[in-house]
Design a protein around this ligand. Structure first.
Ligand code: NDP
Ligand code: MG
Ligand code: MG
Length: 340
């Protein structure tokens, strides 16, 4: 089994007394900055004027321009959206990095696909929490953490790996366990997971199930419960105890259906498509498409987003969730996301 490290395995000294600039204060940024501060580190937040700046100031942080924050920091964690990192890096980060500093990322995309080519005299490491930022913060506050992957791209001081471990420890990840990786492995598996299973796979599975039932004349409300609402209940069981635990909880009829029908829906053909997606990630083809889409101001992204938001499952879902006060309100709606 791969070696998982925990708090007690980590030497914190390499990060002690260092100033950490957290650049960006969104999902990951607010969690890293607050957890690091609560772990006793000296944190400065780097931002442009705007919404996040206000929020970070209200949370009591010393907020500076990205350039000034980088100037005074020893470790710079880049927590901007991946699509904006290159321009901010060129303009404000690179000119202010000093020899022997460390630059860090929570996802390997821009380093792995050569969008950011770091100067040869700084350490470059990765700490990629395997969960959304809001959980990184919440679990830390509860005394736990979200597991993370750590890795090194460039080690000039001889301390890059220790730094990445100490940083993981500072955000609480080592309470849950941290696992060594490379920028390549983290980037390719992260993209693959979100495209084929977690996001793309799941949303399309849900929509196909809902469409099949409603097209056959069943009520959309019933189809919604079966194909969307109950996903969470099943996922919780998977999360807690894997496939066996989930199958222990469902009826034997459901389990028999799982065995005989599941492999007909997700089959060898599906796996062949997954392999196709994986090779496009590995070859850089996916990255190129996404980079160009951003350079073109995202015409396809926004058109698809609008079409997806208009899917009938979204309409019935909104109505039903309004009747279920125990279902938590979303952190951010898609409409807000579209405006950003
Ligand atoms: P968000 O979109 O949530 O936050 C982005 C932050 O960057 C905001 O505070 C925004 O501030 C700021 N920002 C955007 N553009 C600029 C700019 N030009 N200059 C200065 N600040 C800017 O990002 P995430 O936290 O989702 O992602 C950050 C990194 O973490 C990415 O590499 C991502 O892949 C990685 N990651 C994300 C996970 C997640 O769950 N979200 C999970 C694991 C890794 P403003 O209010 O001014 O726009
Ligand atoms: Mg990702
Ligand atoms: Mg049922």
């Amino acid at each position: 089994m791969a070696k998982v490290l925990y708090d007690q395995d980590i030497n914190k000294e390499v990060l002690q007394g260092k100033k950490i600039a957290v650049v960006g204060y969104g999902s990951q940024g607010h969690a890293h900055a607050q957890n690091l501060r609560n772990s006793g580190y000296d944190v400065v937040v780097g931002l442009r004027p705007g919404k996040s700046q206000q929020k970070a100031e209200n949370d009591g942080f010393d907020v500076k321009s990205v350039a000034d924050a980088v100037k005074e920091a020893n470790v710079v964690m880049v927590l901007l959206p991946d699509e904006h990192q290159v321009e901010v890096y060129k303009e404000s980060i690179k000119p202010n990095l000093q020899a022997g500093n460390a630059m860090a990322f929570a996802h390997g995309f821009n380093i792995h696909f050569n969008q950011i080519v770091p100067p040869s005299d700084v350490d470059v490491f990765l700490v990629a929490p395997k969960g959304p930022g809001h959980l990184v913060k919440r679990t830390y506050d509860e005394g736990a953490g979200v597991p993370a992957l750590y890795g090194v791209f460039q080690d000039v001081t001889g301390n890059a790996k220790e730094l990445s471990l100490a940083y993981s420890q500072g955000i609480g990840a080592a309470r849950a366990g941290v696992l060594e990786t490379t920028f390549q492995e983290e980037t390719e598996t992260d993209l693959f997971g979100e495209q084929t299973v977690l996001c793309g796979g799941l949303t399309n599975l849900i929509k196909s199930g809902f469409e099949t039932l409603t097209e056959a004349g069943y009520q959309p409300e019933v189809a919604y419960f079966e194909c969307m609402h109950e996903v969470k209940l099943i996922v919780d069981l998977l999360y807690e105890g894997g496939l066996e635990n989930m199958r222990y909880s469902i009826s034997d009829t459901a389990q028999w259906g799982d065995f005989v029908s599941g492999p007909r829906v997700v089959n060898e053909e599906t796996k062949a498509r997954m392999q196709e997606v994986l090779s496009e990630i590995q070859s850089g083809e996916f990255a190129k498409g996404w980079i160009l889409e951003n350079q073109a101001n995202r015409p396809q992204f926004y058109a698809t987003n609008a079409k997806e938001n208009a899917h009938p499952i979204e309409k019935v879902g909104k109505e039903l969730r309004a009747l279920m006060p125990f279902v938590k309100q979303p952190l951010q709606t898609n409409d807000e996301k579209q405006k950003d």
